[in-house]
Design a protein around this ligand. Sequence first.
Ligand code: APR
Length: 243
Amino acid sequence: MLPLDASTYLLVLTGAGISAESGVPTFRDAGGLWEGHAVEDVASPAGFARDPLMVWQFYSERRANMTAVAPNAAHHALAEVERRLGDRFLLVTQNVDGLHTAAGSERVIEMHGNLMRSRCSVCDRAPFEDRTAYRRGVAPMCGVCQRAGRDALLRPDIVWFGEAIVAGALPRIETFVDAAGAGLRFLAVGTSGLVYPAAGLVDVVRARGGRSWLVNADAPANARSFDTVTLGAAGKVLPEMFA
Ligand code: APR
């Protein structure tokens, strides 16, 4: 159980595992998203420069799959805890599927971006909602650049390997952790603990004396860093987890 009281500040980190029961393939489980694609080919600036059509096909297929996907009990459980804790709750997700927001979570940091947004690969126009699953062979161009006489590809508004996470994410987390003081509690759900800076959050919390919980289908790389580890499916464990 994860006790919530008047002093609790709960920082939550989620990864692909929390969306697995919604039918979204994870990255590293057998049959994960990278099937048939080398990670560096579909999730790196170099891969996009090399073959933008193939990258847009990969993300367009993921966008198309999202039409049949809904939040599961784990997403709803976290939205309920946010309603109880208010601004003493902060959810940091590595996921780009938008399912936390769809479940009603509002205090969400999407540190790796969002699949249903695009942005220009050249100009500094703001990222914009784009649910289009482009058909094979189409890589969309930026209309703002075209009007300025430039050819520039649009790209998914997703943080690729080698790129900095969403601006402002770490300072917002730091501010929350500073405000928490002795009431700081950290819960990680459905993540393999392999990608930084997300995988290092548990160490930040421990250094502040905060207590940490992990809910995961199996023991990930950084399991030993957590005070309490519960192995199981997030959709089953989370609804029963908060006292
Ligand atoms: N409930 C809980 N945990 C689950 C479930 C489930 N139903 N199903 C799978 N898991 C666990 C797996 O055991 C695994 O440890 O979720 C974890 C998913 O790990 P990854 O596939 O590596 O996903 P994630 O940790 O989010 O990856 C981090 O790496 O590929 C990049 O940018 C991408 O955001 C991603 C980052």
